[in-house]
Design a protein around this ligand. Structure first.
Ligand code: KG4
Length: 356
């Protein structure tokens, strides 16, 4: 099939993103992030959907212009149907439907989580992004973001869109949530993951130890770690007779850096141990990471180390395809387009769903 041009729209949380892909080559990927949530220390759903309404038109317009594509050239529109915040998803979904209806072209609905995994298949036509090698089926993908932490087995089913199966997942908080909530305790801005990553580079990962869960199989749990982090700080405050993290920082040199390094070490150790077990048990040596937390420098280094030690072929996405972006939705949408998998105009977004 030739000259397939797709516009993809992603609006599942607090990033409004649009991308254009022609015959499997990414021509543009434009994202507007929302700073409105920073002062609240987390995403405020109502504010997110309002910001999407303001951003969506200029973002789509810019994506089309950067790709050098006219609306009349589009073959279909792909959009994130879920999971995510319903108010946010409604903006992208309604926009996609309206545009597809007005142009008389089909719609392709995309599962956001599948999009994250398929970021590894994006062939970048952008000068700023170099695509890496693509994993071969079957492969394992550690999908770690603000809302999800799971190990996914990806295998071929004869179609373009591969089959995805959850091998293990968090039973409570996601890894990104643990990063963000612990960062909030330290008084760091939202989202806290990148801040912890930055401070961890100047800290001692062995300075503090936190409770690590011991769940059977490949499942994760991060809520106990969060509590353990909180209690460590509470106990230090009692010991030093202070009641704020800032006052404690004045008493203990390098406190925040050491706490960040120790926390990051514990999260990565937890993630990697289960991933290693899954790879060994299933005899799979193609191992990938995806999702916002895959931007973490410690996790990326750990993947490289494990790759060398256990002879894995490791796949790490370019930074711009780790956090929410429409490039990955375009890729998933392109596979579904080739499979002839279109959706009806009356399909509604969903807040929760599994990857398959
Ligand atoms: O995939 P994503 O953009 O949104 C969801 O679908 O959840 O992931 C956002 C998450 C946030 O929790 C953020 O703190 C985390 O990814 N994150 C990081 C880093 N960059 C983003 N966590 C740790 N280290 C980073 N460098």
């Amino acid at each position: 099939m030739e000259n397939v041009v797709l516009l993809a729209i992603e609006s599942s949380c607090d990033d409004t993103s649009a991308a254009v892909i022609r015959d499997g080559v990414l021509l543009s990927n434009v994202t507007a992030s929302q700073s409105v949530h920073e002062e609240f220390g987390g995403v405020v759903p109502e504010l997110a959907s309002r910001a999407h309404q303001l951003n969506i038109l200029p973002v789509v317009d810019t994506a089309l212009k950067r790709a050098g594509v006219q609306k009349c050239e589009l073959s279909a529109i792909a959009f994130t149907r879920g999971p995510g915040l319903l108010g946010s998803l409604l903006v992208g979904t309604s926009f996609a439907k309206g545009l597809a209806l007005s142009l008389g072209i089909p719609l392709v609905e995309v599962n956001h989580l599948q999009g994250h995994v398929l970021a590894h298949f994006v062939v970048s036509g952008l000068p700023s992004v170099v695509s890496g090698p693509q994993p071969k089926y079957p492969f394992l993908c550690l999908l770690v973001s603000g809302g999800n932490s799971q190990i996914v087995k990806v295998h071929s089913n004869g179609k373009h869109l591969p089959q995805m199966e959850i091998i293990g997942q968090t039973i409570d908080d996601a890894a990104g949530e643990a990063f963000d909530k612990c960062a909030k305790v330290l008084g760091l801005p939202y989202p806290g993951g990148p801040w912890i990553d930055k401070l961890a580079k100047q800290g001692n990962a062995k300075a503090y130890t936190f409770a690590e869960p011991h769940l059977p199989g490949y499942d994760y749990s991060f809520s106990g770690l969060k509590t353990s982090f909180l209690y460590t700080i509470r106990d230090l405050m009692r010991e030093h007779g202070v009641d704020t993290i800032e006052a404690l920082s004045e008493r203990i040199p390098n406190l925040k850096e050491d706490l960040c390094a120790s926390l990051q070490f514990t999260i990565i150790d937890t993630l990697m141990r289960k991933l290693k077990k899954a790879a060994q048990d299933l005899h799979i040596n193609q191992v990938a990471i995806a999702g916002g937390v895959s931007a973490n420098s410690g996790l990326r280094t750990a993947m490289e180390d494990y790759g060398k030690r256990y002879k894995w072929n490791v796949f790490i996405p370019p930074f711009s395809f780790t956090t929410d972006n429409a490039a990955m939705i375009a890729q998933a949408g392109y596979f579904k387009y080739l499979d002839g998998d279109f959706c009806a105009i009356d399909e509604v977004p969903y807040a929760k769903t599994r990857i398959a």
